[in-house]
Design a protein around this ligand. Structure first.
Ligand SMILES: *Cc1c(COP(=O)(O)O)cnc(C)c1O
Length: 571
């Protein structure tokens, strides 16, 4: 049952381990257990933890029907299909069973184990919780079907399975856990299960300040949400009905309600000894939202071997083989022969354009400056900012000798404005395409397409409305491949942008119009001339991007920071 530890990992602390809880984890491209950035970050965190031999196990839900597969009509109307998959193809069923109480019902939970293996063989087991058991009612059997599906009642019930079911499963499996890490507020109910366990089955209203302190000592929390509306919240009525009146009373007593709503971020903060935001700026924004808490910043990263495209990885293996065992050596990419990086990028770009052609029938030109914009179709990401002044964009495309823009992104099935945004981008793209400007919207943005796009385009563009981007990680994937960003100074880019060295900043403006003007100005005055007239300087910029940002914005660095600051401070 206990995962074996590879030989080269023997020196690490083994007195206990970290249990990492996340509603979504991108485990493998073929497992539809994630929706976007949060899940990819969770997966990359675990991949680095496995590589670095961090004693860790993870808990998530099975999501038997996945998130959704996106289909787009020619007009850009999104429709969705479920993504059923077979857990037994990837995971092993554990014999243990635990129960949770939901709306007064007893719901039985099992776990499927996926063994995530690090580069030297160390295993981080991921337990995918599943309620699809004959003992449960039809409704309860579906509780672990859909990632972010259903309404807030469904969500709260899933959060009980994740948080409370996960803690009980960890105990049933015999794991010795000394740190519980809540990746976002979805997992905050694990604190209640720990408190109940601390009380040894006694009534919650008997909990003392010391009992709560004992729970706090074990818990750390990472918030990912920069705006109050983004936090997971439930009404008192829902809490009483679904969690029960005793637990609700305890949560009220512990001051976890804000503006009359049970606030999962607040709950996680109240019961954690350490909390952090996911970029320098996001830490500040979080402290402003919750001034009574000390909230640190640990900036996100990406798992380098996962996101560096094959031709770039091969080039690095040849010139800088040490990057495989110590990511800090990526800093020495500063010494790479530029021609080698150029050739590797050309090959990644060719691969991307071949996939674009096979998916859409559109043959793009590999010599033409190509921008990438792919992310969740949330309105704050402002996918339409590039189209703010279509004439200006056409002019720039003409001056550049051609401009290609690749778009991709899913809107949550219940996000009407997000879906409308996709339609707008597709329609505007069709109107503007032709002549020197080509715009393509690719269907079903997911892991595979994300990897192709971030490595194959020439510039990665991000235009969030500040301060809505907690971190963002797709620009980090681009940087790993030597692809510079042209972005709003929000999230990680505040730390990552060195003008003209790792990319370019879109200047803050009073409104969308002003920021669009800055976007055009940078494209016209900085990006286009460099790409068109100075390929050697462009290659140097790619190299500095890879060396400076690849060596820092990775999950090996990030996992090390979690170990030193969150999990085992002072060790
Ligand atoms: C990396 C990644 C994200 C995160 O993108 P950001 O817009 O930078 O937050 C989302 N979805 C997929 C499929 C990804 O690979």
């Amino acid at each position: 049952m206990q995962p074996s530890t590879a030989h080269s990992c023997k020196n690490l602390p083994s007195a206990g381990q970290v249990a990492y809880f996340s509603m979504e984890i991108a485990i493998e491209p073929a497992m539809p257990t994630y929706s976007g950035g949060l899940g990819v970050l969770a997966g990359d965190t675990l991949r680095s933890a496995a590589d670095l031999c961090v004693p860790m196990a993870a808990f998530t839900l099975l999501h038997r029907k996945g998130y959704f597969e996106q289909h787009l009509s020619p007009e850009g109307v999104q429709s969705e299909t479920v993504q059923p998959w077979n857990p037994a193809d990837f995971c092993t069923e554990e014999p243990e069973r635990v129960t949770v109480q939901i709306e007064g019902r007893v719901v039985v939970v099992r776990a499927w184990r996926y063994d995530l293996k690090g580069r030297s063989g160390h295993i981080v087991p991921i337990y995918l919780l599943d309620t699809d058991l004959a003992e449960n009612s039809g409704w309860d059997r579906g509780l672990t079907d859909h990632l972010y599906g259903g309404d807030t009642n469904y969500r709260l019930q899933q959060e009980i399975v994740l948080g409370m079911g996960g803690v009980r499963m960890a105990h049933a499996l015999g794991l010795r856990v000394n740190v519980y890490h809540m990746n976002e507020g979805h997992a905050a109910l694990l604190t209640l299960a720990l408190l109940e366990s601390q009380l040894g089955g006694g009534p919650l209203n008997g909990a003392t300040a010391d009992d709560i302190e004992q729970v706090r000592k074990k818990c750390v929390f990472t918030t990912h949400t920069p705006v109050p509306a983004g936090h997971d919240r439930f009404s008192t009525e829902q809490s009483i009905r679904i969690l029960g009146s005793d637990r609700t009373a305890q949560l009220e007593k512990a001051d976890c309600f804000r503006e009359g709503l049970l606030n999962m971020t607040l709950l996680a903060l109240r019961f954690s000894r350490y909390a952090n935001g996911v970029a320098l700026q996001h830490g500040k924004v979080s402290r402003a939202m919750f001034p009574e808490f000390a909230i640190d910043s640990i900036t996100n990263g990406v798992h380098a071997p996962t996101w560096i495209a094959e031709p770039v990885a091969q080039m690095l293996d040849e010139h800088l083989p040490a990057w495989r065992h110590d990511i800090l050596y990526l800093r020495n990419a500063i010494d790479l022969p530029e021609a080698a990086l150029q050739a590797a990028h050309a090959s990644a770009k060719e691969h991307l354009l071949a996939v674009v052609e096979s998916r859409t029938g559109q043959a793009l030109d590999p010599t033409v400056l190509t921008l990438g914009f792919a992310r969740r179709a949330a309105t704050y990401k402002r996918a339409m900012l590039l189209f703010h002044d279509p004439d200006r964009l056409q002019e720039i495309a003409a001056k550049a000798g051609g401009l290609q823009i690749l778009y991709a992104g899913k809107a949550h099935p219940q996000d009407g404005p997000g879906k409308a945004l996709i339609q707008q981008v597709v329609e505007e793209g069709m109107k503007l395409s032709g002549g020197k400007l080509r715009i393509v919207y690719l269907e079903n943005y997911a892991w595979d397409l994300g990897a192709l796009l971030t490595s194959g385009v020439d510039v990665w563009v991000n235009t969030p409305r500040r301060p809505y981007e907690a971190s963002g990680t797709s620009g980090m994937k681009a940087a790993m491949n030597g692809v510079p960003s042209l972005s709003i100074l929000d999230g990680w880019w505040i730390e990552g942008c060195i003008e003209g060295v790792t990319g370019w900043a879109i200047e803050d403006g009073a409104d969308d119009a002003a920021e669009a003007q800055s976007l055009y100005a940078k494209l016209e005055a900085a990006v286009v001339p460099l790409y068109r007239d100075a390929p050697e300087q462009w290659a140097r910029l790619m190299k500095t991007t890879l060396a400076l940002n690849g060596s820092h914005f990775n999950t090996d660095r990030m996992a090390g920071q979690y170990v030193r600051n969150a999990y085992y401070p002072g060790r």
